[in-house]
Ligand binder design. Structure first.
Ligand SMILES: [Zn+2]
Length: 132
């Protein structure tokens, strides 16, 4: 899998972040089952609990357009390190993705690492657990 489009989309999305409180910009991009890519940024709120992460913004955009299967996700935060999805986002990713999907953790366009969802969310609680 070539990650260029995901990386570019995540980097572009980061520039749209609304972060007047933390000034910590995050961008994300998700690849859906038909190849459509959605970007998302974090959106803060004066009521901090109403803040939404970049990953969930991208996923919710995809799902609201009818896509319920994510094949890859890319995340970029602080350009000096690899920013991982928070716990809530890991859970939301697992709702719409297999545990084997790549999670691309971008430092910058040239530097990124690839994990799987299983790597960052072992023992996930999923809809399969509700079928028992
Ligand atoms: Zn998050």
């Amino acid at each position: 899998m070539n990650y260029d489009v995901l990386i570019d989309t995540a980097l572009e999305a980061r520039e749209k972040a609304y972060v007047p409180y933390s000034n910590f910009k995050v961008g994300a991009a998700v690849l859906t089952e038909d190849g459509t890519v959605y970007g998302g940024c974090n959106i803060e709120n004066a009521s901090f609990g109403a803040t939404n992460c970049a990953e969930r913004t991208a996923i919710f955009k995809a799902v609201s357009d009818g896509h319920k299967s994510i094949k890859a996700i890319a995340v970029v935060g602080d350009p000096t390190t690899h920013t991982y999805p928070c716990g809530i986002c890991r859970q939301v990713i697992s709702e719409f993705a297999d545990s084997s999907i790549p999670v691309i953790l971008i430092k910058n366009k040239q530097e990124y690492i690839v994990k799987t969802l299983q790597d960052i969310l072992p023992g996930a609680f999923t809809k399969k657990d509700l079928d028992k």
